[in-house]
Design a protein around this ligand. Sequence first.
Ligand code: FES
Length: 122
Amino acid sequence: MRTSLNASGDDGSGAQPLIELERLADGGFAEVEATIDGDAESLLLYRDGDAVRAWLNICPHAGRRLDWAPGQFLKSKDGLLVCAAHGASFELGGGECVAGPCRGEALRAVAVDVRDGGVWLA
Ligand code: FES
């Protein structure tokens, strides 16, 4: 899933959520655009029950996006996020690369909150 709710000149100060929680399936991913420190960034969101974690959509291996098409992320059968470029695998608790070319590195976390039925930059 992909949304650009926050891409219309919003400064990220919280006028709109990044995404409504109900649009994010439990165990599923979404890609959203957000302004972070003045820069437009693509974020990867992952829902785990009532919690949502977010990381920059940038692989630590070669800096490519993790999705193979906007908002389309690969998940292995053992529950790892797999980078579409060269197959690095990331655990979804802390975003650490556990297999592949950047093993031991980690995705860059972005703080988000879940409130009022939406996911917001913290
Ligand atoms: S850029 Fe992700 S594995 Fe190479």
